[in-house]
Design a protein around this ligand. Structure first.
Ligand code: MG
Length: 255
């Protein structure tokens, strides 16, 4: 992909498959666990997605919901939150744990960092993004990560701090021209957005932007996106998507 300049030192796989919250479904692992991340890497998925939130004492943790074990993440310290283990016995992973685990024995899988908007105060989401970026830089994993967010201001801040960072917007309310004008690398929209605005697909491609879609679990939807030439498809069913991609590789183009 034209805009993936920072991936030069790591050769990622090109199978379009982004494991949503890791690859958890098949082995009933906790979503957003180190185990689900490692499973996505084992599958050699093109990417493993995970959700980042910030605790009251500024620790970046991996959890989808604003609540963890019935506590609001942003209102508790990491020590308070981490008293509760994940279902597989893991401690609540921090972003640092995740980036480290995702950089070991991994030459295939991009780390897709979703920075969640704050539920307390919009500026906290921006601060979380700044801290994530600083941590990525400290660990020297810039070439492994992609940033996604529903909060456009978060992505714009990431782009301002690191113009080479790969960014994809999730909400679906910006046209390809708007994304391009703001220096965002691509769209990662719900599949229904592309069904409703099919002309956006061609526009994004023409501008060399990244096309990603979420969260696509049905084979027929996967096939439609593959037909449209999407770069990435985000799914809870990475094994199924890998299979669809493989079938397609064996079939002559256009069939
Ligand atoms: Mg997510």
């Amino acid at each position: 992909m034209a805009s993936c300049s920072s991936s030069a030192r790591v050769s990622f796989t090109d199978n379009k498959t982004i494991a949503h919250r890791g690859a958890w479904k098949m082995d009933t692992l906790p979503q957003n666990s180190i185990a689900s991340l490692r499973k996505a890497i084992e599958l050699k998925a093109a990417g493993a997605e995970f959700d980042v939130r910030m605790t009251k004492d500024d620790v970046l943790v991996i959890n989808h919901d604003p609540l963890y074990a019935e506590d609001t993440i942003e209102r508790k310290t990491y020590q308070e939150l981490s008293k509760h283990k994940l279902k597989n016995g893991e401690k609540l992973p921090t972003l640092e744990d995740y980036l480290k685990a995702g950089s070991k024995r991994n030459s295939s899988t991009r780390l897709i960092v979703e920075v969640k908007p704050s539920i307390v105060d919009k500026t906290q989401g921006i601060r979380a993004a700044e801290k994530a970026l600083a941590l990525v830089e400290k660990l020297g994993v810039e070439n492994r990560v992609v940033y996604i967010s529903f909060d456009y201001a978060i992505l714009k801040r990431i782009h301002a701090l690191d113009p080479k960072a790969i960014t994809q917007y999730l909400t679906g309310d910006k046209t390809p021209a708007e994304l391009k004008a703001d220096g965002i690398s691509g769209a990662d929209y719900h599949i229904s957005v592309y069904r409703k605005n099919p002309e956006w697909i061609g526009q994004l491609k023409k501008d060399g932007m990244i096309l990603n879609a979420w969260t696509v679990n049905a084979a027929e939807d996967m096939d439609w996106l593959l037909d449209q030439g999407f770069d990435f498809i985000t799914t809870d069913q990475p094994e199924l998507l890998l299979e669809r991609v493989k079938i397609r590789e064996k079939t002559p183009a256009g069939k």
